[in-house]
Each structure stands twice: as C-alpha cells, then as structure tokens.
Write a protein that binds this ligand. Structure first.
Ligand code: HEC
Length: 147
C-alpha cells in the first residue's frame, strides 16, 4: 500500500514536471535575448528613427525612447497610404508576445493586416523576432527610458 502511494506520488510529480517544463521554456526570456534584442532595435533595425521623438537638433530624446512619435519626414512622392505617427512600442502595450513575434516575422499584425508605411514590413527569423520582443517587453511603457 505504501509503495503504491509512493510510486503514484512520483508519477504525479513527474507528470506535473512534464506539463510545467514546456510552458516555462516557452515563456522564459533570457538576459542574452534581451541584450541581442536591444542591439537589433538600436543598431540594426533602427526602430528609434521613427519610434522615438527627436529634439530640434535631430537627437533622440532619451526620456521618450520608443514611446512613439510624430514622424519628422515625408516622402517626395507621398504614397496614398501613410502613417504620419508611430506607435508606442516600449513594453509593447496591448501586444501578446506571440502576436508581436509573428508581426516581426510576417509583417502581419494580430488583426492579420500589415501596419501602414513607413513601418517596414520586417520578415525576421524567429530568433531575432523573439529577441526584439523580449527587449521591448522588458521596457516599461511609462518609465523615463533609462535603458
Ligand atoms: C521608417 C519608420 C519606422 C521604423 C524604422 C520602424 N517603425 Fe514601427 N511603425 C512605424 C509607423 C509609422 C507605425 C504606425 C503604423 C500605422 O499606424 O499603421 C509603426 C507601427 C509599429 C507597430 C504597431 C503596428 C500596429 O499595427 O499596431 C509596431 C509593433 C512596430 N511599429 C514595431 C517596430 C519595431 C520593433 C521596429 C524596429 C525593429 C520598428 N517598428 C521600426 C514606423 C517605423
């Protein structure tokens, strides 16, 4: 009787580990991912060119980092569909992680529509998209942008 109880307890523990493990792996964000995401956002994709407000000298304003901006430029030949304001992407408010990853991998948002130009239609690989989302999610939408 005791042996049965012990082994069934062991099975229960094992089962719960199996159930927890994939969930944990899928939602865990590593420091390396955040570092890579910050590098991709700041130095490769230059998201701040459009998503951070700039001062009169054209310098990004640190306290407004990635909070969205009125775009300071237009095109010579303005396309009919054009957004003159970018979104606040610090913390990715309103975005589920997986939707944001898909958006950066396909260009399609959670409503299956692309964002309007000049938001680039990124088709990143999963690794890069996940790193960017990990970094953006690590930012507070309302902090003073010290990151
Ligand atoms: C050339 C300018 C530009 C660059 C560079 C840019 N964005 Fe955007 N982004 C925009 C504009 C403008 C919008 C608003 C589009 C709209 O309202 O349809 C936008 C919208 C978004 C949205 C919201 C989309 C939606 O439909 O709600 C996300 C998320 C986003 N950008 C993430 C990023 C990330 C991450 C990067 C860098 C990897 C980046 N953007 C680089 C201009 C830009």
């Amino acid at each position: 009787m005791k042996i049965i109880t012990l082994s069934s307890l062991a099975i229960l523990i094992l089962l719960s580990l199996v159930r927890i493990a994939p969930t944990f792996a899928a939602s865990s964000t590593t420091a390396a991912q955040i570092t890579r995401g910050k590098y991709l956002v700041e130095e490769v994709a230059k998201c701040e060119d459009c998503h951070t407000e700039h001062d009169e000298k054209g310098q990004p304003i640190p306290s407004k980092k990635l909070r969205g901006a009125i775009l300071p430029f237009k095109m010579f030949s303005q396309p009919p569909v054009w957004a003159d304001q970018s979104a606040n992407i610090a913390g990715l408010p309103g975005w589920k992680r997986e939707d944001a990853v898909r958006f950066l991998m396909t260009g399609l948002a959670y409503n299956n529509l692309p964002a309007r130009p000049p938001m680039p239609l990124y088709k990143l690989n999963r690794e890069d998209a996940e790193a960017i989302v990990a970094y953006l999610k690590s930012l507070s939408p309302i902090d003073q942008g010290k990151n």
